[in-house]
Write a protein that binds this ligand. Structure first.
Ligand SMILES: [Zn+2]
Ligand SMILES: [Zn+2]
Length: 277
């Protein structure tokens, strides 16, 4: 199997790299790894599409510290090619979206209806292991490669926990399905679960990548009266309008647009970008 592996962060923490770009530095090494077989409770998945999330870049640039070397990528879709012992509800050929927080189902967070806060998932995601056992990825020379969020999808194949997938229908295009693995649940979750937007409220979304656009759609679904979408890249504004925004603008226009939208009430600001670009 082939995977994109990060051996050292770029720029290295505390080190000035001048104007060198990712394209110059090529911080990810695409290499052959031994192809692991799924253990009990795991699946082998042929990755068909993987998108780039800011959290991948945060590992690359060192702002999110992870044990290295690590095979990155966590927002992806694929098809099951092998099924480990004990997995009864997923079959070979099933199409699956990969999920970056598996839930064990029995820790306090899982039992209390907050699977996204699964204690066991937090532990193994932090250590580069999988929910059902230690990391499986190895170079041909035997060096351990850590898994990224139980997924490691910048690869043509991944072994993941059963709890790291959701089976989906065949008719969802790969490019759309992959985003359900991170951007959609992050943006929609922020609006529907964290903020708990209710009908009639005003919402402002800053940053119109896949997460921000998902937040715009969720605000509309929640019945928000006004959805102000802000991004310096005006090329994204028409996408926000199509997703349900009632007003779009640049950061310089934000105060005016929010004032117009909120009228006599407050606005719920949702920052959906880790950096102002
Ligand atoms: Zn992500
Ligand atoms: Zn749990």
């Amino acid at each position: 199997m082939k995977a994109a592996v990060l051996y050292s962060t770029f720029p290295a923490v505390g080190q000035v790299q001048g104007k060198q770009t990712y394209a110059d530095a090529r911080p990810l090494v695409v290499q052959e790894l031994d192809q692991p077989r799924p253990r009990a409770g795991e699946l082998g998945v042929a990755i068909t599409y993987s998108s780039l999330c800011h959290s991948d870049l945060s590992v690359v640039d060192g702002s999110r510290l992870r044990p290295l070397p690590m095979a990155l990528g966590h927002e992806a879709v694929g098809r099951v090619v092998s099924v480990g012992e004990g997995v009864a509800d997923v079959s070979v050929r099933d199409r699956v979206v990969l999920v970056f927080v598996p839930s064990c189902g029995h820790c306090r967070a899982c039992r209390s209806g907050k699977p996204a806060l699964c204690h066991q998932a937090a532990e193994v995601n932090g250590s580069g292991d999988l929910l059902h056992g230690p990391a499986l990825l190895r170079t041909p020379a035997g060096e351990r490669i850590n898994h990224h969020l139980g997924v490691s999808a910048f690869a043509d194949y991944a072994v993941v926990a059963r709890e790291s997938v959701v089976v989906i229908d065949d008719d969802v295009p790969d490019t759309v399905a992959a985003m359900f693995g991170c951007a959609v649940l992050t943006g929609m979750g922020a609006v529907l679960n964290t903020a708990g937007v209710t009908p009639g409220q005003s919402v402002a979304v800053f940053g119109l990548g896949a997460v921000g656009l998902s937040a715009v759609m969720a605000a509309r679904l929640a019945g928000a009266a006004a959805v102000v979408a802000i991004d310096p890249n005006q090329g994204k504004h028409h996408l926000a309008m199509a997703a349900g925004a009632t007003a779009v603008g640049t950061p310089g226009e934000a105060a005016r647009l929010i004032g117009e939208a909120s009228g006599d009430g407050w606005t719920l600001p949702l920052k959906q970008s880790a950096r102002p670009a």
